[in-house]
Design a binder for this molecule. Structure first.
Ligand SMILES: [Zn+2]
Length: 236
């Protein structure tokens, strides 16, 4: 009976203030969670997890030794699917991200992508940004995966200094600038010896943040690192 009342209430709430699909803007049905069925079905998947030495893995090759890398879907600036990332980051709906990454685990079940992963972790957010935004969207994404796989989420890294704007910097300058932004979370590092860690972030564009964070994780003895992002720009 409670279920019925709850369903009726959420149905009524949808009439008063309809929940909208962030991609197409149409009102969601009561059985649609965060995205409408159509937009979910046409999610521009990368399918990187099905490809040996895929584009994302090639992008990191020679920079930091990683095991595997994948992204759930492609995004381009201004594309309707980019609004998912924007909403997760700025519009207070990180739970949509958590829901999407749990779905990604199901969608990727046919690949061996998550085989042997022991621990899930996230690219950290500096405390000044955390105070401003109230949450780290990448942590929600990582927790969605950890819960779906039934393995622990552990904070392995910390952001030691806030990100400065990167837009006008060259690749080398950007790299040097970003390098001092992160450090290992020493408190947890001792538990990670010989573990295969899945490092999660919302997007991969230049890959410099993921490279710096992976390099730090690789200083822990015996650690393997794989990468997962919710979205990827079309990498060259
Ligand atoms: Zn839609």
């Amino acid at each position: 009976m409670w279920k019925t009342i709850k369903q009726w209430l959420s149905g009524a709430a949808d009439v008063v203030m309809p929940r909208l699909c962030p991609v197409c803007g149409k009102p969601l049905d009561s059985d649609e969670k965060w995205l409408c069925r159509r937009c979910l079905a046409s999610l521009p998947r990368t399918h990187y997890e099905d490809v040996n030495f895929n584009t994302m893995e090639q992008h990191f090759a020679g920079k930091v030794p990683i095991e595997r890398a994948t992204a759930y879907f492609f995004y381009e600036k201004g594309s309707p699917y980019a609004s998912i990332l924007h909403d997760i980051k700025y519009h207070g709906t990180p739970k949509m991200g958590q829901w999407l990454t749990a779905r990604a685990v199901g969608d990727m079940a046919g690949s061996n992508f998550f085989d042997g992963i022991d621990v899930v972790t996230a690219v950290p957010l500096h405390r000044s940004k955390l105070a401003h935004r109230g949450y780290n969207q990448s942590e929600y994404l990582a927790r969605g995966i950890a819960d779906a796989l039934g393995i622990p989420y552990i904070e392995t890294l910390k952001a030691t200094r806030p990100h400065s704007t990167q837009t006008h910097k060259g690749a080398m300058e950007r790299w040097l600038n970003i390098q001092g932004n992160y450090a290992l979370n020493e408190k947890n590092a001792s538990r990670l010896t010989d573990k295969h860690i899945l490092l999660v972030d919302d997007v991969v564009t230049t890959g410099s943040t993921l490279t710096v964070c992976s390099t730090l994780l690789k200083t822990i003895p015996g650690v393997k690192v794989s990468l997962f992002t919710l979205a990827a720009a079309r990498l060259e």
